[in-house]
Design a protein around this ligand. Structure first.
Ligand SMILES: Cc1cc2nc3c(=O)[nH]c(=O)nc-3n(C[C@H](O)[C@H](O)[C@H](O)COP(=O)(O)OP(=O)(O)OC[C@H]3O[C@@H](n4cnc5c(N)ncnc54)[C@H](O)[C@@H]3O)c2cc1C
Length: 425
């Protein structure tokens, strides 16, 4: 593995592709895209398929951001509950947004099949409740989706859940048969291959240092520039001062995952018999699933500073053992992390500035499927079909008060309260 790709089980389970050459010189395109995660790659692919000349600039490597490191849970819905969408947009448009997220998971599945991406897609996801309060809220949410969104969500009492998931920690589950899990870095690289085959020029190791806005907008790097009629900014939590008016509406939060040593097919299958992905509903959630080579991939533990928390591997291991006491002899072989970009209301923040600068951020830890939807919605809007983007753009987002330095302590205080609440009842 090369030193410029962050270590993870994902990276070590795939051969490392040769780096694509950085941008050199000044060039022109129809669309210039910043960021080779799911948002930028899907927008680029969709636009190239519509006949646009697309250039994509990536600061590091394809999938270097959240798209190459995440929990791999491709979920229907968004980071917020549908209540927030209903409160802001009304039931009809909330329903549209929800239905589009449902289609987004299907589009991923179709894209994987169409482009032959080998990324271990497995359907089924359970949201599990630890406490009575979580169970009440989860059940109400499940019934709401069944009744008002015609969604085939299932309610599982303890015995049904325990027949599939061998953990004493959970009381009940909302089972979603359509959400799925996959190898996230393999999917990101497969998308990039598909985009390049469709004609997209991708430059790695090409950090954008300045965004020049206007009719002929330009992305500048240290060694060149791309001038284009349309810009797509898909830098997620990693923009670092390029567009402060967007960045003040998201907070980068560190979150972490570990991969256990291989458990063997039989022992792995005993833990999660139907191979579904699982996430609990606590504020500082745990989420986990099996890998195709029979490891447990276990995520959780947020951090509100730029540094990984001390003793991270031990903390993650203890959490894994609380969920699966039968794995007391099992260690996490690798632990890694990345940033999620949360908005204050956890709703997605997608839209357009100046008429030709498109952006999507604020996935709030729920972007594996939604980021691909953002790419599709932005590509359609550039191609004069902006109806879906217009609905997303109606979602209001308050900025985090103060600059980056003040945002952190405020969030830490808020998170400590929610963690305390989870611990008490
Ligand atoms: C540890 C972790 C676990 C997660 N688990 C899940 C999960 O299980 N399910 C789920 O739905 N979501 C999950 N998420 C969130 C999900 O991964 C993201 O919402 C999604 O990948 C965002 O995709 P993106 O393309 O918008 O951003 P990213 O994948 O972050 O891509 C942004 C890219 O832009 C590049 N970039 C930034 N600035 C510049 C610049 N100046 N010039 C050029 N390039 C630039 C970056 O290098 C990066 O490659 C998780 C996130 C993390 C970090």
């Amino acid at each position: 593995m090369s030193a410029d790709f962050p270590p993870s089980w994902y990276a070590s389970s795939l051969p490392e592709p040769a780096a694509l050459p950085p941008l050199r010189g000044d060039v022109q395109a129809d669309v210039a895209v910043l960021g080779a995660g799911y948002t930028g790659l899907t927008a680029a692919l969709e636009l190239a398929q519509r006949g646009y000349r697309v250039m994509l600039l990536e600061a590091q490597r394809i999938g270097w951001g959240a798209s190459g490191r995440n929990g791999g849970q491709a979920l229907v819905g968004y980071g917020c509950e549908v209540d927030e969408l209903e409160r802001q947009l009304g039931r009809d448009d909330a329903r549209h947004l929800f239905d589009w997220s449902r289609e987004a998971v299907q589009s991923m599945r179709q894209r994987i099949a169409r482009h032959g991406i080998d990324c271990h897609w497995v359907e089924g996801h359970a949201s599990v409740a630890i406490r009575a309060r979580h169970e009440r809220d989860l059940r109400a949410g499940c019934e709401h989706l069944q009744r008002h969104y015609d969604y085939p969500m299932q309610w599982w009492e303890r015995d049904v859940l325990h027949a599939q998931l061998d953990s004493p920690r959970y009381r009940a589950a909302m089972f979603d048969p359509l959400s799925a899990h996959l190898h996230p870095l393999a999917y990101a690289r497969g998308l990039a291959d598909a985009a390049r085959a469709a004609g997209v020029a991708i430059h790695e190791h090409s950090p954008v240092t300045r965004v020049q806005r206007g009719a002929q907008a330009t992305l500048h790097t240290a060694q060149g520039s791309v001038r284009a009629a349309h810009l797509v900014v898909a830098g997620n939590a990693l923009l670092q001062g390029l567009l402060p008016e967007l960045e003040c509406r998201v907070m980068p939060v560190g979150t972490y995952i570990g991969a256990s040593v291989p458990l063997g097919a039989e022992r792995a299958r005993q833990l999660i018999r139907n191979d579904m992905a699982v996430a609990d509903t606590a504020w500082a959630l745990d989420y986990f699933r099996l890998s195709h080579d029979h490891r447990l991939l276990f995520g959780g533990r947020a951090s509100y500073s730029a540094l990984p928390p001390p003793g991270l591997r031990g903390v993650m291991q203890r959490r894994m053992h609380e969920v699966f006491p039968q794995l007391a002899d099992v260690a996490l072989e690798q632990v890694w992390g990345g940033y999620v970009d949360i908005t204050r209301n956890r709703a997605p923040h997608w839209g357009r500035l100046d008429g030709n600068l498109y952006f999507a951020q604020g996935f709030s830890g729920h972007g594996v499927a939604a980021a691909g939807l953002a790419g599709e919605v932005i590509a359609a809007a550039i191609d004069s079909q902006s109806a879906r983007l217009d609905v997303f753009q109606r979602l209001q987002h308050a900025p985090f008060p103060g600059g980056r330095l003040l945002r952190m302590p405020l969030l830490v205080a808020a998170m400590s309260w929610y963690k305390l609440r989870d611990a008490l009842w």
